[in-house]
Ligand binder design. Structure first.
Ligand code: VTB
Length: 345
């Protein structure tokens, strides 16, 4: 799967990032998202595979494209039998977030990216469009920190595992009312908080790379983004745990169904029998093969954003695989014009 798809998925996230980046700073988050969705879908439909979106833009009724359950890839086209041999068909599940951090793009802020995770059929947790309490930390702390422990306890554990004082730890938290107590607790414990307005996939991912000066992600973000983060963290050996949050009173801001009861009923319908279960990265991305790809739209901790120049653009992407055990940074120059007009940058 990796050899067939590795290069293609880089192009999928690159196309989405370039499309979205054209809307950077224009204050139109829905358009920045929509063009990324279209570009991602168009490129995915050229891949020799039978793909199924398990995490996408939403339910079919709300999302015209890349909705949950949509089939993508050459082998899902009506005339597929002409090109695809059913015996060697690649059946894969795909989690996408074509524009992770639409507000960041719209307002020209750092940290947005086009992102996806893939695995064989059944290899990714089909998370409901709920929230998720998350804990991400570097590989050295994997299995030592625990989402059931307090932030104070986890900071002590992190400090031991990373061999640095609590004062030297930086925890990323999304700036939301629901996190006011958490932020206070982290600061009272002596650590520092890097507040972000959006984009917790990038924050989770950054925990797995030393040198980013990000040592943990704590707090509640969206569940689908949690699964995508988990896919990357599983490949990178980082710590990731997630617990679904179905009670609107805990989330405070943001849309999360009408009531706790109706959300619990929805989880039961999805055969999630223990709504309070804590999932680790291996459960959220359980497939034998897991691939993750991201391309910066605006500049981020790990990747540059899209830079346009006369006749082209330059992108930076990251492709991570649990099979080849690689995290590849890919720097690409895209040539839109005829080469004679090009000035490569
Ligand atoms: C979360 C976070 C994402 O949007 O989904 C956030 O996980 C929305 O949170 O990374 P609220 O509903 O509390 O505003 C992102 O920041 C961007 O998609």
């Amino acid at each position: 799967m990796e050899s067939t798809l590795g290069l293609e998925i880089i192009e999928v996230v690159e196309k989405a990032a370039i499309a979205s980046a054209r809307w950077m700073g224009k204050g139109e988050k829905d358009t920045a998202d929509q063009v990324a969705v279209e570009a991602m879908r168009e490129r995915m439909n050229k891949i020799y595979m039978r793909g199924r979106i398990v995490i996408g833009e939403g339910e079919r009724d709300d999302a015209p494209m890349l909705y949950i359950g949509e089939e993508v890839g050459i082998c899902t086209q009506p005339d597929a039998s002409k090109f695809c041999n059913p015996d060697e068909l690649l059946e894969i599940d795909i989690a996408v977030d074509p524009c992770e951090g639409t507000n960041l793009v719209a307002y020209g802020q750092n940290g947005s990216m086009a992102v996806l995770a893939i695995s064989e059929k059944g290899g990714l947790f089909a998370a409901p469009d709920f929230y998720m309490k998350k804990l991400a930390a570097p590989p050295q702390a994997k299995g030592h920190v625990d989402i059931n422990k307090s932030a104070t306890e986890n900071l002590k554990i992190l400090s031991d595992c990373l061999n640095r004082s609590i004062e030297e730890l930086v925890v990323v938290v999304m700036k939301r009312e629901r996190h006011n107590e958490l932020i206070k607790e982290i600061r009272d414990a002596g650590a520092r908080v890097a507040l972000i307005s959006d984009g917790d996939v990038s924050a989770a991912l950054s925990c797995a790379f030393s040198g980013t000066n990000i040592h943990a992600l704590m707090g509640i973000g969206a569940a689908p983004e949690g699964v995508i983060s988990a896919a990357a963290m599983r490949c990178l050996g980082g710590h990731f745990q997630g617990q679904l949050i179905y009670d609107p009173a805990i989330v405070k801001t943001g849309l999360i169904g009408e009531s706790k009861e109706s959300n619990l009923a929805r989880l039961a319908e999805m055969n999630i029998t223990d709504p309070d279960k804590v999932y680790d990265a291996n459960e959220l991305a359980s497939g034998e093969t897991v691939l993750f790809a991201a391309c910066g739209i605006t500049p981020g901790t790990l990747m540059e954003g899209v830079r346009f120049f006369h006749g082209g653009a330059r992108t930076q992407s990251l492709v991570i695989s649990n099979q080849s055990k690689t995290a590849r940074f890919v720097d690409t120059v895209h040539m839109f014009d005829e080469p004679k007009y090009l000035q490569l940058r």
